[in-house]
Design a protein around this ligand. Structure first.
Ligand code: PAX
Length: 145
């Protein structure tokens, strides 16, 4: 009887912990969008063809050509670890931004670009980036600069 109660209590504790560490639906949706738009750990990036293909593949050319987009070439755990660095101010004034140095490809739309044939100029570098994070545990939800 006592053993059954302990089992029930342990199960309840486990379920409570699972609920607590789950991101909310909205945050998870924003995190998934961040992954789609900004994370490409395998890619080396670097040239215009990469941007032209990836911007289309990651669905940023559907209704209009997204003007600027950065792909980060780092493991997702490295990117998530940026969220545990000191809070800094985002462009919108919120204090949930964090900075880190990562390998990136910045894709910038060219003058001749027209949807659906969006065209980009690529710039590969290792640079300081600023991302906004939310949730508990904190996860990236927005690329600030
Ligand atoms: P977003 O669309 O601006 O923000 P992006 O990376 O796709 O970002 P919704 O529900 O759509 O409104 N947001 C935030 N959430 C939490 N905390 C803070 N501080 C915050 N700021 C914004 C994605 C969602 O995050 C919310 C925001 O309201 C969105 O939620 O850059 C425009 C885009 O270009 C990218 C980054 C932006 O796209 P802009 O004009 O603001 O500078 N981008 C920009 C990039 O990829 N690389 C770059 O170098 C630059 C400069």
């Amino acid at each position: 009887m006592a053993l059954q109660r302990i089992h029930a209590l342990l199960l309840l504790l486990l379920l409570t912990m699972l609920v607590l560490v789950q991101p909310s639906y909205g945050q998870d949706r924003m995190y998934q969008r961040f992954l789609r738009q900004h994370v490409d750990p395998e890619g080396t990036g670097g040239n215009d063809a990469y941007c032209n293909l990836m911007m289309q593949r990651r669905k940023m050319t559907v209704r209009q050509c997204k003007h600027v987009n950065t792909f980060i070439h780092e493991d997702i755990w490295n990117i998530r670890s940026i969220c545990s660095t000191t809070n800094i101010q985002c462009k919108n004034g919120k204090m949930n931004c964090h900075e880190g140095v990562v390998k990136v490809t910045d894709c910038r739309e060219t003058g001749s670009s027209r949807t659906p044939n969006c065209r980009y100029r690529a710039l590969a570098s290792t640079r300081r980036v600023v991302i906004a994070c939310e949730g508990n545990p904190e996860m990236p939800v927005h690329f600030d600069r």
